[in-house]
Write a protein that binds this ligand. Structure first.
Ligand code: ATP
Ligand code: MG
Length: 557
């Protein structure tokens, strides 16, 4: 009994509704859908909706439909259809052969409208858009009936057919549902359900010059496909009575149920299409998949994995109340995902040369190094060591502050996976910049040799200068400044001027020789990195930093 109570408790409110529907026999199966409008790229918020809908279908052994809500010919583009499918496939949501386009139902939607007219539940209205708005009333004031509200069924049928046949100009006439101009819910005050629009549609071409409105089309799409639970975001809560009205008046035998949940918002990022479009058009970002954005394509290019996004969405949970999730939680998820799965290799991002004066000039040692000390299953690799290395510029200081345990004159450190070295000297150029550091090594201290006579406090990474592969590395920060406010007073984005740093002079150990675009690594001490999917070539390796290693982020309880 107790176990049962526990499972109920941990189920989210959508699962609870579905459980009840199945128990009470309202439905005998579960069918969900993801219904994007093909008018832009998908973002992390959509990923939540996709994984939620697909996950529920899986959980209940039901079906998941992929459906393009392409009923609005103005904003839609074929290009987006393809990018959306690619993103969903990458996330791992499988629609099998269940790919649908709402525009393929235009005929059925037209028939549905005719049915409403015949039932006396819809009428053709000649008021202009502005007049309709005035007649609609306000939150505190009831609306007024349109003078065309009482047209006969015959007249309405004839006029609606004329609308379909192109007799009228855009905006001249609309079809409205006949519900209640005094309803406390403004959405129920005789909403427009069809409009005249002489536009070419990406799928149906010029076949139609009338197009259904979203609130009429969406429930019909769901009902035609046999969707049981139509999950959408909170802004549609007030539209639910209209959704229910449409499926009831059209007398669908097992009408779908609409359930709303809160949209996912993230701190420190921009998700609004309008803003992203602006960033793309102004050339501030490198397209819709610039790694600083949170479109699914951008997250993928940055190096996030489908598993990390799924983990993130699961941690966020499903709720009815709006809130912003800390971007650091997404970073936590990718660290968790890559931690044991990916090799940890040495890369020097801001190099300075280290010369080991007492190491033989033409000697090279190849060390066997664990690919991931936390996961022996990843095996070992060979890493070359020689007299001239590169180390990070910040791992040396002429005059170290207290508690600086890395290299400085006279100090001894461990070269990771190799020997102890003691700094003996350094060389500066005419500008005062350190260009070369000298040291001596102790041959007895080789890593793995069991040497334990002395301890050193600092361990630094390195690459062999003669073997290292030059590479470009891109580091990212938030594109907007959350603390100072995402928006300026004039409504433009408050951009962070340091959101991208390009390092063109990095050196990476030669084990990256056979890397392919999208391969991921930990570069020890520097973070997790991903070979850029567009720009990486063996001749010119380019890596994106997915995330650094450290964070103050703690998982919420
Ligand atoms: P946007 O304007 O942010 O791109 P949208 O709602 O216009 O979002 P649609 O293509 O209409 O985009 O949405 C497809 C589905 O994704 C809808 O069911 C919608 O509710 C859901 N969705 C959109 N944004 C979010 C979000 N931030 N969190 C969760 N679900 C979302
Ligand atoms: Mg939309």
């Amino acid at each position: 009994m107790e176990a049962e109570a526990n499972t109920t408790e941990s189920r989210n409110f959508i699962e609870q509704i579905i459980d009840k529907d199945l128990e009470e026999g309202r439905f005998d199966h579960v069918q969900t859908r993801f219904p994007p409008e093909p008018n832009g790229y998908l973002h992390i918020g959509h990923a939540k909706s996709i994984l939620l809908n697909y996950g529920l279908a899986q959980e209940y052994h039901g079906k998941f439909n992929m459906r393009f809500d392409d009923t609005n010919p103005t904003k839609e583009k074929e290009e987006f259809v393809n990018s959306i499918l690619e993103d969903i496939r990458w996330l791992g949501a499988d629609w099998e052969d269940r790919l649908f386009f709402a525009s393929n139902y235009f005929e059925q939607m037209y028939e549905a409208a005719v049915k409403l007219i015949k039932k006396g539940k819809a009428y053709v209205c000649d008021l202009s858009a502005e007049e309709i708005r005035q007649y609609r009333g306000t939150l505190t004031e009831a609306g007024k009936d349109s003078p065309y509200r009482d047209r006969s069924i015959e007249e309405n049928l004839a006029l609606f057919e004329n609308m379909k046949n192109g007799v009228y100009e855009d905006g001249e006439k609309v079809l409205r549902a006949k519900i209640d101009m005094a309803s406390s819910n403004i959405n129920m005050r005789d909403p427009v359900i069809y409009r005249v629009a002489h536009m070419t549609h990406h799928n149906t071409g010029d076949q139609w010059c009338i197009y259904p409105m979203y609130d009429f089309a969406h429930p019909i799409e769901d009902a035609i496909e046999g969707v049981t639970h139509s999950i959408c975001t909170l802004e549609f809560e007030d539209h639910r009575p209209l959704y229910d009205w449409v499926v009831r008046e059209l007398e669908y035998p097992n009408p779908p149920r609409q359930i709303e949940f809160a949209k996912l918002y993230l701190t420190n990022v921009v998700t609004g299409k309008r803003y992203i479009k602006q960033l793309v058009e102004d050339g501030i970002v490198d397209g819709w998949d610039d790694p600083r954005l949170v479109s699914i394509a951008a997250l993928r290019r940055r190096g996030f994995t489908p598993e990390s996004i799924k983990m993130f969405v699961d941690l966020c949970g499903i709720s009815k109340s709006q809130s912003s999730v800390d971007y650091a939680m997404l970073e936590y998820c990718i660290r968790e995902d890559l931690n044991l799965k990916k090799p940890r290799i040495m890369a020097v991002l801001d190099p300075v040369k280290l010369v080991i004066d007492n190491y033989p000039e033409d000697q090279v040692e190849w060390f066997d190094v664990d690919n991931n000390v936390k996961n022996p299953e990843l095996g070992k690799r060979k890493v070359p060591f020689s007299r001239e290395l590169y180390i990070e510029r910040e791992d040396f200081m002429e005059e170290p502050p207290k508690k600086y345990f890395r290299l400085y004159p006279g100090n001894e450190v461990r070269l990771m996976n190799a020997y102890f070295v003691t700094c003996t000297d350094y060389v500066k150029d005419e500008t005062g910049k350190v260009v070369e550091i000298h040291c001596t090594y102790d041959p007895e201290t080789r890593s793995g040799s069991g040497f334990n006579k002395r301890k050193v406090k600092g361990t630094i990474h390195w690459v062999s200068a003669g073997h290292a592969i030059p590479a470009e590395v891109r580091l990212y920060e938030n594109i907007v400044d959350e603390e100072k406010g995402k928006l300026n007073e004039d409504g433009t984005l408050n951009l962070n001027p340091n959101s991208l740093t390009v390092l063109k002079n990095c050196y990476i150990e030669p084990s990256i020789e056979n890397v392919k675009p999208e391969d991921k690594f930990q570069f020890v001490r520097n973070g997790y990195f991903c070979a850029d999917m567009h720009d990486y070539t063996p001749e010119y390796p380019v890596f994106n930093r997915i995330v650094s290693l450290k964070s103050s982020f703690k998982l919420p309880k």
